[in-house]
Design a protein around this ligand. Structure first.
Ligand code: PRP
Length: 211
């Protein structure tokens, strides 16, 4: 059986619907209870729900053969695994945001609050911009409001959170979407099963959106 780590929440549910359409359904997963592990012997899959930021840990350590992870987590943590497919869902972007009138004068170190210090650090180092990164774990939008930082680097999906907190996107860092990832040795030893799933899933992906 293929072990597949699904991120708990809306994204995981959306991806499960795609897997179901691709022929990898699991009826017992659709009965809401508090169980976390579900099997379908006929389809040859065992799903389990994990915290989205933990998916890559399960896959990297081989507890899961496959997993669904956001590109943000892959860029931030650079786990040792294979990225097999862009699932074209969970689409959003990593962006620099701040108060609407903000202009970076480059005269002093820029204070950047973020949940993604590696992504933010690399973005600014490519621009040779000196920054101080302030790592937060959530509610990042508050940081510039309270003067903790000048700007934030965070995920923007609808833009609603920024708007409601009086912030605007200043720069786009990179596009983000959900990816199917594989443990490298599982990919080596279970290649056929995995590639079959990739083929079936590719056939039910949402259409590619123009840039
Ligand atoms: C992300 C991000 C923003 C929000 C953006 O947080 O940190 O706060 O979503 O979405 P929007 O553009 O549609 O308003 P998330 O919901 O992942 O929660 P978290 O801060 O707990 O990680």
């Amino acid at each position: 059986m293929l072990n597949i780590a699904l991120p708990k929440g809306r994204l995981g549910e959306r991806v499960y619907r795609m897997l179901k359409q691709a022929g990898y359904d699991c009826p017992e997963l659709e009965n809401p209870d508090r169980r976390l592990v579900f099997e379908n012997h006929v389809a040859g899959v065992r799903y389990f729900w994990v915290k989205p930021s933990d998916v890559t840990i399960y896959v990297e350590r081989g507890a899961a053969d496959l997993g669904i992870a956001g590109k943000d987590i892959l860029l931030e943590n650079r786990p040792d695994l294979y990225e097999l497919l862009d699932l074209r869902t969970g689409i959003c972007r990593m962006a620099v945001a701040g108060p609407s009138g903000f202009r970076d004068s480059r005269e002093r170190t820029l204070l950047v609050a973020t949940k993604f210090p590696n992504i933010a650090g690399q973005y600014y180092s490519e621009q040779s911009r000196e920054v101080e990164l302030i790592k937060l774990n959530g509610s990042i939008e508050i940081a510039p409001i309270l003067g903790l930082s000048d700007v934030i680097v965070d995920i923007v999906e609808t833009g609603k959170t920024l708007k409601e907190n009086g912030l605007v996107v200043l720069e786009t860092v990179c596009p983000i979407s959900a990816r199917l990832v594989a443990n490298p040795s599982a990919y080596r030893f279970r290649r056929e099963e995995i590639l079959r799933l990739v083929r079936c899933l590719s056939a039910v992906l949402p259409p590619e959106k123009p840039e």
